[in-house]
Write a protein that binds this ligand. Structure first.
Ligand code: F6P
Length: 346
């Protein structure tokens, strides 16, 4: 009997439990035993596992977070950890892994696969920045949350004739900012991939107010750090224990700058981890379920070392080696398409 193990690594997001459930249920259809690894790679290193049955994944489809827990441990940082992972796999008889992760986890998965461990990756992150897949699990829910927040900010911005700055997640890319801003009808959308200056933002906002618009919504991705505005809005970033830049709050700094330069009352909302919490949308449940079934099918077919990917409307595979250490930036054409609509609003 085949035995596979499933884990979630990196930051959590809505839809992870849909993937776990799908792996377990489709595995049991093939008479595969599925083991859950607790807290990402850490669980494999420490042999912290639990057997998952159809019963143990009942009622988790709509639940946010991950029933397995997660962590941002790099499994290859310490050479002794790889030996511990190999020992865990040998002792438990696990023959392959399903690794649900973002860029960091999937890059590590590629390195682990190169050590001869059969595995299949599943892309998840609210940031939607994984190369090789059109969409990641969790992104749709985050966009829905941002859209709802912008809808709510519209009414209060209008009542008070204010500028509302909304800071959203997006460490390296502006997918959440662009798609959430487009769906919410934001007036200015700022993303890391497209250069802008505070002067340009002020010019566009002034044009809106001159045209009689009494309020404006500005959506900004947390990861913005264009040099032109760096002095004005983003001081030096330091790093957290995983080597990620700690963001200093571009939204608040930008909001202060806009109020100062335009003399218009400005308020700032930082959506933060609200974007990663709560129940997944129907789309994320469906995508997670499709990815889970497809990953088990790949393992059964002996096709490992790949990541499941949404390619148009179909689920395919993408080589893990081409995912590792890359990101998927926003396509500038898409940004300028949205900008065309935004610039018609004044
Ligand atoms: O990687 C996804 C992400 O949501 C980023 O957009 C964000 O910067 C980061 O996670 C925050 O992660 P945490 O605070 O959990 O370390």
């Amino acid at each position: 009997m085949k035995k596979i193990a499933v884990m979630t690594g990196g930051g959590d997001c809505p839809g992870l439990n849909a993937v776990i459930r799908s792996v377990v249920l489709s595995g049991s259809g093939y008479e595969i035993e599925t083991v859950g690894i607790h807290n990402g790679w850490k669980g494999l290193i420490d042999s912290d596992l639990e057997v998952l049955t159809d019963a143990s994944v009942s009622d988790i489809l709509s639940r946010g977070g991950t029933i397995l827990g997660t962590s941002r441990i790099d499994p290859l940082k310490n050479p002794a950890d790889l030996e511990k992972i190999q020992k865990t796999l040998k002792e438990t008889g696990i023959d392959s892994l399903v690794v649900i992760g973002g860029d960091g986890t999937l890059s590590a998965a590629y390195d682990i696969a190169c050590k001869g461990i059969p595995l299949v990756g599943i892309p998840k992150t609210i940031d939607n920045d994984i190369f090789g897949t059109d969409l990641t699990v969790g992104f749709d829910t985050a966009v829905a949350i941002v859209t709802d927040a912008i809808d709510r900010l519209h009414t209060t911005a209008e009542s008070h004739h204010r500028i509302m700055v909304v800071e959203v997640m997006g460490r390296k890319t502006g997918w959440i900012s662009l798609m959430g801003g487009m769906a919410g009808g934001a007036d200015i959308i700022l993303i890391p991939e497209i250069h802008f200056t505070t002067e340009e933002v002020c010019r566009d906002l002034k044009a809106r107010f001159m045209a009689g618009k009494k309020y404006s919504i500005v959506v900004v991705a947390e990861g913005i750090k264009h040099e032109d505005i760096t002095d004005a809005v983003v001081p030096e970033c330091d790093r957290d224990e995983c080597g990620h830049e700690k963001f200093v709050g571009v939204g608040n700094l930008l909001g202060k700058e806009l109020e100062h330069q335009l003399g218009i009352e400005t308020r700032v909302t930082v959506l933060g981890h609200v974007q990663r919490g709560g129940i997944p949308t129907a789309f994320d449940r469906i995508l997670g379920t499709r990815f889970g079934v497809a990953a088990v099918e790949q393992i059964v077919a002996g096709n490992t070392g790949c990541m499941m990917a949404l390619q148009g409307s179909r689920i395919g595979t993408f080589p893990l080696k081409d995912v590792a250490s890359r990101i998927k930036p926003v396509n500038p054409d898409l940004y300028y398409l949205v900008k065309t609509v935004m610039s018609k609003k004044w």
